[in-house]
Ligand binder design. Structure first.
Ligand code: SF4
Ligand code: SF4
Length: 232
């Protein structure tokens, strides 16, 4: 399923971690992996729509957000990259305020299972005026939540359940397997890994500017954010 660009991006990510990178290096390599996976996603989707007459079209688009009210599982490198990206995109004087707000939300969701989270209908704190504030660097799990029927996603949100959406399975598998490889690389190289709950993981990165460098030195900084239950 994977193409050369995505495999290369994962190899670069691994080499970068082996070389004990700085935070910028992690952001760059995670972004390259997202780009590689997205390119492949587009190819797979275009192929589906060309080859199969009458195949259902992808309903996802930026601004559609019924799927942004559930637990999002991320790898440690993703948490670090997204948290740092967010930190850099907020004016310096606003970082503490955002960090406190996300910490408050983290306290409410820590330890909740994916189904409890679905019932809570708790909006992702990165949802700003209906749009994802980190769209270009949103997690692999968010990218994997693709559907051919936005109404079913809306219904799932309304009923507080994981929606039984009509998804493009090859595309979902692409992102899920990419996330699994990311976490495997982190584990093999001795870094703490996920799956981490995005909200508490972001809270850790935003509240403590030593969290990212300490993770890069092999410290277990994301423990409170670790998801105990299985990935959904
Ligand atoms: S998964 Fe559903 S809610 Fe999410 S962007 Fe796609 S269509 Fe919209
Ligand atoms: S990170 Fe963005 S895409 Fe993912 S749940 Fe949050 S707002 Fe939605």
């Amino acid at each position: 399923m994977w193409d050369e660009a995505l495999i290369n991006a994962l190899v670069v990510f691994k080499k970068n971690l082996e070389a004990k990178p700085n935070v910028g290096g992690v952001i760059d390599t995670v972004s390259q992996i997202y780009d590689g996976a997205d390119r492949l996603f587009d190819e797979l989707t275009a192929k589906d729509e060309t080859v199969s007459e009458g195949v259902e079209k992808l309903a996802c688009e930026q601004g559609c957000n019924h799927c942004c009210y559930r637990q999002v599982a991320v790898s440690a490198a993703e948490a670090l990259a997204i948290g740092t990206f967010l930190r850099l995109s907020i004016p310096e004087e606003g970082v503490d305020m955002v960090a406190q707000a996300i910490s408050g939300l983290a306290a409410e969701v820590i330890g909740k299972s994916p189904s409890e989270r679905a019932w809570m209908k708790f909006p992702c704190p990165l949802l700003t005026d209906g749009d994802c504030a980190v769209y270009s660097i949103r997690p692999l799990q968010c990218r994997s939540t693709c559907s051919t029927n936005a109404s079913l996603c809306a219904l799932g949100l309304e009923e507080g359940e994981d929606p039984d959406i009509e998804a493009l399975t090859a595309q979902v598998d692409l992102y899920k397997s990419t996330l699994a490889v990311l976490m495997k690389v982190e584990t093999e190289l001795g870094f703490e890994t996920g799956p981490l709950d995005l909200i508490p993981a972001l809270s850790i990165v935003l509240s403590d500017d030593t969290a990212a460098p300490r993770w890069l030195q092999g410290e277990d900084v994301f423990g409170p954010a670790r998801i105990i239950t299985t990935l959904h």
